[in-house]
Design a protein around this ligand. Structure first.
Ligand code: C2E
Ligand code: CA
Ligand code: CA
Ligand code: CA
Length: 278
């Protein structure tokens, strides 16, 4: 037993080293990624489940690493948050997303809000409001055309978050709670904040038809959200069965592979062109 304990320890520790080497490499790379233009944004449509029309676009970051190839946000966003690099990266995302949204507006392709993911770490940046308002000014985008997706983790610092959310609302941007249902907060909590939308987390949508509990959760979030005057959007819709369930339960907006995967800007532009002429 002692022998095995030893082996286990060695296995564990070398594994841990492997992990931290990868992490260190990632961190060094992440510091250079911005200046080397290795980030791009993909865009995913948000659809009205009532009319079938496009009602929004979500910008999602991608990292093309010169040696490691494509690295998913689930791998580098947590590290970017840990190191604080999410602040400059998040600024780039805001700028790029607003700029692209405005460019599509200028050629008559888009008049729906662009949703941008904002990390809780960016809420600790004293210049966030000033930065967003400068971007909107310089790009020439209406504040109502920017939709900020934040997670329930902002509740950890309720006082600071309340101040910032109110300032953002003052500016006129839309505010959405992302991954709703996975965090700490309740809907009753949220009604004291100037929130416009809640996004039902994909994990609830995944199991809608197979686990009756999840179905009940989704129904409850939709009902309470509507009663509290939030727009409710379901994320991660992959099947027509999920879509029917959501429609039957009066969910008005959805997003997911069933409609489209997130697309690079040029492909999204074609998508917008096709919808316009089609
Ligand atoms: P999220 O904000 O909850 O975004 C939804 C994720 O689900 C995206 O993954 C999207 O590609 C994926 N998705 C959408 N529809 C479906 C579907 O029908 N099926 C499946 N299996 N997946 C679907 P992605 O792009 O890999 O992003 C993962 C997470 O990384 C995001 O989750 C968000 O938390 C974070 N993230 C992405 N871009 C940014 C960013 O610019 N800033 C920050 N702070 N976080 C970001
Ligand atoms: Ca999101
Ligand atoms: Ca999610
Ligand atoms: Ca998320």
């Amino acid at each position: 037993a002692k022998e095995r304990g030893k082996n286990n320890f060695q296995f564990y520790s070398s594994n841990l080293n492997g992990l931290s080497v990868r992490k260190m490499e990632l961190e060094i790379g992440l510091r250079k990624a911005l200046e080397n233009n290795q980030f791009t944004l993909h865009y995913q449509p948000q659809m009205s489940l009532v009319t079938g029309k496009l009602v929004g676009l979500e910008a999602l970051i991608r990292w093309q690493h010169p040696e490691h190839g494509f690295i998913a946000p689930s791998e580098f966003i947590p590290l970017a948050e840990e190191t604080g690099l999410i602040v400059p990266i998040g600024k780039w995302v805001l700028w790029e997303a607003c700029n692209q949204r405005k460019a599509w507006e200028s050629i008559g392709l888009c008049d729906v809000p662009i949703a941008v993911n904002v990390s809780v770490r960016q809420f600790e940046d004293d210049h966030l409001i000033e930065y967003i308002s400068t971007v909107l000014d310089e790009v020439g985008l209406e504040a109502t055309q920017l939709d900020l997706e934040i997670t329930e983790s902002i509740m950890q610092n309720f006082e600071n978050s309340t101040v910032i959310l109110n300032q953002l609302k003052e500016l006129g941007v839309l505010l959405s709670i992302d991954d709703f249902g996975t965090g700490y907060s309740s809907l009753s909590y949220l009604k004291y904040l100037p929130i416009d939308k809640i996004k039902i987390d994909k994990s609830f949508v995944d199991d809608i038809l197979y686990h009756s509990n999840q179905g009940v959760m989704v129904k409850t979030i939709i009902d309470m959200g509507m009663n509290l005057n939030f727009t409710v959007i379901a994320e991660g819709i992959e099947t027509v069965e999920q879509l029917s369930f959501l429609k039957e339960n009066a969910c008005k907006i959805g997003q997911g592979y069933l409609f489209s995967k997130p697309l690079p800007a040029c492909e999204m532009q074609n998508y917008l062109l096709n919808r316009k002429s089609g």
